[in-house]
Design a protein. Structure first.
Length: 379
């Protein structure tokens, strides 16, 4: 694992520094009487897309109206929007929700607000988003993003949600390098325009691709338990059940500290459609903005779908797994630590791995006691 991961959530004006401390950037305020307040939500429904996970998690007594007004303002690249809101913490929370649901707002970098403190307009704010580029630049950038998506979708499977999720996971990882110095690494441009990013770029790009492919996907933030560093990943709805996906940790160039093992795989499947219990062994989910669902389904977990999940030591099933992937990369997960130990002793301790794969250069492998997984390949 990398010794340091820097996550700058500039989109929702939240930065997480190397020590894991949170700071609000890009947010400033002033006080004024304000102007005449338009009817909340007037003329906004036609443009806004309000079916995201964060939107649905908001209460209907004003929070969703604020969300819609802020969303439309940023979609139109407006300068000022008067909101029926006197609470700057609520304003910040709703702003985070909008950015979490909408990775296509890559040009939004923060906001300022003017707070009315007297007169008839007391209890209102003027919301003023900050943008990183002009409308013309946004249009040109969207065209380049569309080109990437078109190329990606040329071979998009016609199958179910899981098949599309797996394809997009593999495509994004194989076309992206983890790079702390990548330009625009806090939004989708880093992935789609430059092919390099950090965790936030991976997560927002994966969310964008899934949404375009008709799969519900959400943006999730939190921390890595071992280091305390900020991190970002995704929540997906696959065939009616929620799972977590971490494309950053699926990129072997990240997990191998910036490079791949010679001859080894590009993709790590340990974090493709996992449960809450599995993800929280290594990740801590930030629940300060909205709650996240308890993910308990396993039908669309990678190892389950690929018949590579072992409830017990089963030599016959192991034979079948290696036969299906003869001479290729083979990976599987064990249900318990006891089962993991039995396979470790059989394949590595007693060297039965050479009954399944061998070459003059031997066999390369990785094993992970935390996720109870093995991976084998020929160097």
């Amino acid at each position: 694992m990398l010794p340091a991961v820097v996550l700058l959530l500039s989109g929702c004006a939240l930065s997480i520094n190397e020590q894991g401390q949170e700071t609000k950037d890009g947010v400033s305020c002033s006080e004024d009487v304000g102007e005449t307040v338009p009817d909340a939500g007037e003329g906004t429904e036609a443009l806004a897309e309000t079916d995201g996970y964060y939107y649905r998690a908001l209460s209907e007594d004003g929070e969703r109206t604020l969300y819609t007004q802020m969303l439309v303002c940023m979609q139109q690249m407006g300068q000022d929007e008067t909101l029926l809101c006197g609470d700057e913490d609520l304003l910040y929370r709703i702003f985070c929700c909008v950015l979490a649901d909408h990775p296509e707002l890559f040009y939004v970098t923060g906001y300022t607000y003017t707070k009315a403190v007297s007169g008839d307009e007391s209890g209102h704010m003027i919301f003023s988003p900050a943008y990183s580029m002009s409308k013309d630049d946004v249009a040109r950038t969207k065209s380049r993003i569309d080109e990437y998506v078109s190329g990606c979708f040329l071979n998009l499977p016609d199958g179910d949600d899981y098949e599309r999720i797996r394809y997009l996971y593999e495509y994004l990882i194989c076309h992206t390098e983890y790079d702390l110095q990548a330009p625009e690494n806090q939004n989708i441009c880093s992935v789609f325009l430059y092919g390099r990013s950090v965790c936030q770029g991976y997560a927002k790009a994966f969310q964008y691709l899934c949404t375009k492919a008709g799969v519900e996907a959400s943006f999730v933030t939190g921390r890595i338990r071992e280091s305390g560093y900020g991190h970002a990943w995704n929540l997906v709805n696959s065939n009616g059940a929620y799972y977590y996906v971490d494309a950053t940790w699926g990129d072997v160039s990240y997990t191998m500290d910036g490079g791949n093992v010679p001859g080894g795989p590009e993709v790590n499947y340990e974090y493709l459609c996992v449960t809450t219990e599995q993800i929280t062994r290594t990740h801590e989910i930030d629940l300060s903005v909205v709650n996240m669902p308890e993910c308990t389904a396993s039908d669309d977990n990678y190892f389950v779908r690929e018949q590579a999940f072992f409830h017990s030591f089963d030599e016959g099933a192991l034979d079948a797994l290696f036969a299906r992937h003869a001479g290729e990369f083979v990976t599987f997960r064990c249900e318990t630590a006891d089962v993991y130990s039995l396979f470790y002793e059989y394949l590595i301790g007693k060297e039965h791995i050479f009954d399944y794969m061998d070459s003059d250069a031997g066999v390369s492998y990785s094993d992970n006691e935390e996720t109870l997984t093995f991976a084998f390949w020929l160097p």
